[in-house]
Design a protein around this ligand. Structure first.
Ligand SMILES: *[C@@H]1O[C@H](CO)[C@@H](O)[C@H](O)[C@H]1NC(C)=O
Length: 215
């Protein structure tokens, strides 16, 4: 009997840990008060009397990002940093532009699942599952197609085409966070020692130093 109770308790915990977005609201909204000295998970709420329509809007996703950079891609974000009214709502959006051969390099959103739709062009997109399989799940998506990147899994988008590509992607967090794999590992501050990276990647230290110099 006791073991059955324990099993039920464990099942109940398993159910509630599976929630895959920011915690849900206990009120209509909690517009971020960025000036508050109060430290909470997210931002403290503005007095609802002081909330204005501008807290819920952002203009700019009609504009292409500047893809003149090493990766040939640009992310324009509209999350709680741009839209205070997103605080505690568990959602945000980005526009991503890709030049021909542009890459949004492998990265992780540790707080969000991402659902992307192609507005212009086509892209090769994919994500990799965890160990032991490390399976690559990938495909070419074109205008109108939708693709999902599950929370926490490393993913990328590459524009192999000859035209620019544009996507709109929605993420299940007001502040999805991003961990770009290459620059996190090879461009940390201070650097991870080249002894460690040489061993981790099974290459010599000169190669590690060369990669580190790129970031
Ligand atoms: C885009 O970025 C490049 C490199 O930083 C810069 O030289 C260029 O002026 C930018 N273009 C625009 C339109 O802002």
């Amino acid at each position: 009997m006791a073991s059955r109770m324990l099993l039920l308790a464990l099942l109940a915990m398993a159910c509630c840990r599976a929630i895959a977005s920011d915690p849900s609201l206990l009120q209509d909204f909690c517009v971020a008060d960025k000036l508050s000295q109060v430290r909470v998970n997210g931002f403290a709420c503005k007095d609802p009397k002081d909330v204005v329509v501008g807290d819920f809007t952002f203009s700019g996703l009609h504009m292409a990002g500047n893809t003149t950079n090493k990766q040939g891609s640009a992310v324009t974000a509209a999350n709680v940093a741009q839209i205070p009214g997103l605080n505690t709502l568990g959602i945000s959006v980005v526009r991503i532009d890709y030049a021909p051969n542009g890459l949004n390099p492998p990265h992780i959103h540790h707080r969000a699942t991402e659902i992307l739709t192609v507005l212009e062009g086509s892209l090769y997109v994919g994500f990799v599952t965890s160990m032991p399989d490390n399976r690559l799940i990938s495909k070419v998506v074109k205008k109108g197609d939708v693709f999902v990147f599950p929370k926490d899994l490393p993913h990328f988008q590459f524009n192999y085409g000859t035209d620019n590509a544009v996507v709109l992607a929605v993420l299940s967090s007001q502040n999805p966070g991003v961990i770009p794999i290459a620059s996190t590992v090879f461009g940390s501050n201070p650097s991870i020692s080249d002894d460690i990276l040489a061993k981790a990647f099974q290459v010599d230290k000169t190669t590690v130093d060369w990669i580190q110099a790129q970031f």
